[in-house]
Design a protein around this ligand. Structure first.
Ligand SMILES: Nc1nc2c([nH]c(=O)n2[C@H]2C[C@H](O)[C@@H](COP(=O)(O)OP(=O)(O)OP(=O)(O)O)O2)c(=O)[nH]1
Length: 134
């Protein structure tokens, strides 16, 4: 037998969305209690049979009410809880104004100088660092 069982890893896709002034969109989680109040890049889990890019478009539509397109994957991936990894794409905002419709209770556009002014989820810190270095 040459078949190998791949470990099942759930990919969480997230967006680096920038406005025309170069500010990054951060979203404050409203649930679960262990993560509520902490800030993240908007996104969510890829569903079975879904591509990562389509998942990202769907999540941004559901969570923020916007149409957005993935433009470029940010190199790397970051471990979340066991069995989950975070992958990030730079996205363009095609239409709509982001609103905290689902999973979040506040959104904030962060200028580069203010990028560390919010309490990012621990797991997002290396991803956000990577965005500033990229
Ligand atoms: N969306 C997102 N989730 C993150 C980030 N960092 C991080 O640890 N997570 C965690 C929180 C959740 O445990 C998991 C993603 O779950 P989610 O609740 O956003 O995904 P979802 O919309 O598909 O969730 P569900 O309600 O369908 O279960 O990854 C991040 O930057 N963005």
């Amino acid at each position: 037998m040459t078949d190998q069982i791949e470990p099942a890893v759930v990919v969480v896709v997230a967006a680096a969305l920038y406005d025309t002034d170069g500010r990054l969109l951060a979203a404050r989680r409203s649930a679960p209690p262990s993560l509520a109040g902490r800030w993240e890049l908007p996104g969510g889990k890829v569903e079975p049979g879904e591509t990562q890019e389509r998942a990202l478009v769907r999540e941004l539509r559901e969570e923020l009410g916007v149409e957005a397109s993935p433009v470029a994957r940010v190199p790397g991936e970051w471990p979340l809880k066991p069995g989950y990894v975070l992958r990030v794409w730079r996205c363009s905002l095609d239409s709509g104004v982001p609103a905290p419709l689902q999973d979040h209770d506040e959104l904030r556009w962060l200028a580069p100088a203010d990028i560390w002014s919010v309490n990012w989820l621990d797991q997002d810190v290396p991803a956000v660092k990577s965005l500033s270095e990229d």
